[in-house]
Write a protein that binds this ligand. Structure first.
Ligand SMILES: Nc1ncnc2c1ncn2[C@@H]1O[C@H](COP(=O)(O)OP(=O)(O)OP(=O)(O)O)[C@@H](O)[C@H]1O
Ligand SMILES: [Mg+2]
Length: 328
């Protein structure tokens, strides 16, 4: 199976100063050497706490941001390929039809003044693949059925629908362009638990039906392990552990992954900065010089502050970036 999307040592920092002051540079280091691959037809889950760089990583992958260093390569099933180092505008436009981004908050991403048919087709009608009005309507009706809504809903407006239904509309809007890759960025986080499982089941269905590859982003390792084939755990702009979903559910190597999975007492223990004893937040305002998790890790040794650990094999297809792999 080949890879649909490959990140190699990708870096991205945001400059918080603009205009005249930009050269003074106050930066946020959001991606500090991200490397992973998404195999065609599979679902890759990115998990990690708020601000660790999940959305930035996803947006880099669809060309919404440009990275500072590293390489991102996308390969379409039709043989088309996109290389971030040589990407041109026309290529980017094509790429955007194949890769669709579904956002967390459907209320904000659907224009309340448009009816659902207009919402579904507003991007599509400018695409090369636009089939004309009557065929597009037929496709829209079918997609409404596929996402569990009715073709009659096409003439209604977003405000007529519940949160879960609006998320179904966002999914329909992504599908109408017949993408082969979708990014689901916290698509269920804003929904009630019972609705979350309905939307996840829907995504499971359409994944098979449309033959999609998916990048699935979430805070919650449990939901992600259930939904994804492979999981990357992120901390401060790096992937610290990666494995098949069932392997990470069975055994975790990196101290941060254990923290994410494990019970409240250990979480409270590690959640404090080792040196100051105060609650620890990572500081994205300075470049990474050691292990991203060093400041919170109870197992840290001097080397951890001086060198950034790379992902190493700890089991079959299981990688962990820790100098103490195998010891702890
Ligand atoms: N456009 C931007 N300009 C400046 N800083 C940004 C921008 N986008 C993201 N950041 C910063 O980059 C870091 C990573 O943000 P990102 O949104 O990628 O994290 P995330 O893992 O998606 O978080 P969340 O779970 O809260 O969505 C954060 O410190 C954030 O404030
Ligand atoms: Mg995010």
């Amino acid at each position: 199976m080949d890879n649909i999307l490959t990140y190699t040592d990708v870096h991205k920092r945001f400059n918080l100063e603009s205009g005249l002051f930009s050269s003074f540079g106050r930066f946020v280091y959001a991606a500090n050497g991200i490397s992973f691959k998404i195999k065609r037809g599979t679902t890759y889950g990115l998990v990690g706490e708020s601000g660790c760089g999940k959305t930035t990583t996803a947006r880099l992958g669809v060309g919404m941001y440009h990275h500072d260093a590293g390489k991102i390569v996308y390969r379409g099933s039709d043989g088309s390929s996109f290389d971030s180092e040589r990407m041109e505008k026309a290529q980017l436009k094509k790429l955007r039809q194949k890769m669709k981004y579904i956002f967390q908050d459907p209320a904000k991403s659907l224009n309340p003044r448009m009816n659902i048919y207009r919402i579904l087709t507003s991007g599509y009608r400018h695409a090369e693949s636009w089939p004309g009005e009557s065929e597009a309507r037929r496709e829209a009706e079918q997609i409404m059925l596929d996402v569990g809504l009715s073709p009659g809903d096409l003439s209604r407006r977003p405000t007529d629908f519940s949160g879960g239904q609006r998320q179904r509309i966002s999914i329909a809007r992504a599908l109408i362009m017949k993408p082969e890759f979708i990014i689901c960025d916290e698509v269920v986080s804003a929904l009630d638990v019972s609705i979350q499982s309905q939307i996840l089941n829907l995504l499971m269905d359409i994944r098979g039906k449309y033959g999609l590859s998916i990048l699935f982003i979430a805070h919650d390792l449990t939901v992600t392990s259930w939904f994804c084939d492979r999981i990357g755990v992120m901390y401060r702009g790096r992937i610290v552990e990666e494995a098949a979903a069932q392997d990470i559910a069975a055994d975790r190597f990196h101290p941060y992954t254990r923290l994410l999975y494990d019970s409240i007492p250990s979480r409270m223990m590690i959640h404090r900065d080792r040196k100051s004893g105060t609650a620890a937040e990572f500081d994205s305002g300075r470049p990474l010089t050691g292990c991203p998790f060093e400041h919170r890790c109870p197992y840290s040794v001097p080397r951890c502050t001086e060198e950034v650990p790379e992902l190493e094999k700890v089991g079959d297809g299981h990688l962990s970036a820790c100098f103490r792999n195998g010891e702890i």
